[in-house]
Design a binder for this molecule. Structure first.
Ligand code: ADP
Ligand code: MG
Length: 408
């Protein structure tokens, strides 16, 4: 993303220790991103942080780098204890965060592991007996392990909640509340979110104390660094259009979003029959299948990954050139999350959307949210039977949702 280039400032100026700077060099990170510039000093100073920034702005390193620094200076823990807990809403995201911990901490003597549901619990119980500097976890499995006495939070120093907005959308509030009764009140708490809804603010009021609030252009970043256009197309001809575009444009690494799990599976099958190496990820796929699909996609063994919004949330796939919205998302905000998969750190990306006449109201909302009318490209032979109305840019901002009443 361009912001990372333009920003003055250096990792050297942020007071991180030499082993961390060395790891960053290995990652080829030249400069801290804006969110990193603001977050790192706040975390190092021991303060609570509440940070909102769009997907792809480098939030993971923004908290991992300073906590690695803090933890490497403290003392070791005994078995089944943990010093820093990172909560993430999905298994994929937890696995990805753990990868980052390992990458950024490779030159530090840090003990870390990751636990999530959908896989056997026993090996995780064994890994926890060691005592950890950093534990990355999804909420459900974490509480499960707690109830089995595999983990104790007595010495917890830092709590990090990543993707707080998604955590709430997925209904993890009860788990978070339960966890809060189990962990020390005296701790440092960091909370990260892509969006600042009233729900997120309410959770923040419960868990962070006198936080440093950081917010980096929540919505404009990705939208501006990604070239976007739409293909008006009849609903029944989307697959045909996709195959034609793949062949004509020699698209080789594409993330395709569908609105349902069923449509993801169907599309995968149809593309497969056409000889296009494809995998699908969604909530009904087992953990093994999801991890495998993602790894194959990253390693260029398959050229196309079909995903639903939930499964793709937060996934970091490096240098993804193209995102295809096979269907527009249910939630207009997810459009921004989806196209945030491309045009990440230093790369420019493209995002195209297939829009049928019945999806026009969704298109209108997306154009209003992103404050632009998307260019339309008609492919010969795919002229609409049922035409798409003209877009008129609606410049009124969306109202911020009223806070929901909490059940007592
Ligand atoms: P977010 O959590 O905000 O969505 P991530 O932490 O997943 O973003 O980072 C997005 C991408 O940017 C990742 O590929 C990451 O390796 C890369 N990245 C993060 N910080 C930097 C940096 N300072 N310089 C270059 N690339 C970076
Ligand atoms: Mg993230």
């Amino acid at each position: 993303m361009n912001e990372m280039n333009n920003q003055s400032g250096e990792f050297h100026g942020l007071n991180l220790s030499a082993p961390i700077l060395k790891a960053l060099k290995k990652q080829n990170y030249e400069k801290p991103s804006p969110i990193q510039i603001e977050t790192i000093p706040a975390v190092l100073s021991g303060k609570d942080v509440l940070a909102a920034a769009q997907t792809g702005t480098g939030k993971t390193a923004a908290y991992i780098l300073p906590i690695l620094d803090r933890l490497s200076k403290g003392k070791k823990v005994q078995s089944n204890l943990v010093r820093a807990l990172i909560l993430a809403p999905t298994r994929e995201l937890a696995a990805q965060i753990f990868d980052s911990v390992q990458n950024y901490g490779r030159f530090l003597p840090i003990e870390a592991t990751v636990v999530y549901g959908g896989v056997k619990i026993n090996p995780q119980m064994i890994r926890l007996t060691k005592g950890l500097d950093i534990l990355v976890a999804t909420p459900g499995r974490l509480l499960d392990l707690y109830r089995r006495n595999s983990i104790n939070f007595r010495q917890l120093e830092i709590l990090i909640i990543d993707e707080a907005d998604r955590m709430l959308n997925l209904g993890f509030l009860p788990e978070i509340h339960e966890l809060l009764t189990r962990i020390p009140a005296r701790r440092q708490t960091l909370m990260f979110t892509a969006t600042f809804s009233e729900d997120v603010r309410e959770l923040a009021r419960e868990i962070v104390t006198d936080p440093v609030e950081i917010s980096v252009n929540p919505q404009e970043i990705t939208v501006n660094s990604v070239k976007q256009w739409i293909y008006p197309v009849d609903k029944m001809r989307k697959t045909e259009l996709l195959i034609k575009l793949i062949k004509e444009n020699k698209w080789t690494k594409i993330l395709v979003f569908t609105k349902t799990k069923n449509r993801a599976d169907h599309l995968e099958q149809k593309l497969h029959k056409k000889g296009i190496l494809t995998a699908a990820i969604h909530g009904d796929k087992g953990q093994g299948a999801r991890t495998r699909a993602l790894a194959e996609f990253k390693a260029d063994k398959i050229s196309l990954l079909v995903a639903t919004d939930l499964a793709a949330r937060g996934l970091d796939i490096e240098q993804l050139p193209l995102v295809v919205n096979f269907d527009l998302p249910h939630l207009k905000e997810d459009y921004i999350h989806r196209i945030g998969r491309t045009g990440r750190a230093n790369a420019t990306g493209e995002a195209v959307s297939f829009v049928s006449a019945e999806e026009f109201p969704k298109l209108r909302d997306i154009e209003r949210l992103t404050k632009q009318v998307l260019e339309r490209r008609i492919v010969e032979g795919f002229e609409l039977e049922n035409p798409l109305p003209e877009s008129q840019l609606d410049v009124r901002p969306f109202k911020i949702k009223k806070p929901k009443k909490r059940k007592q």
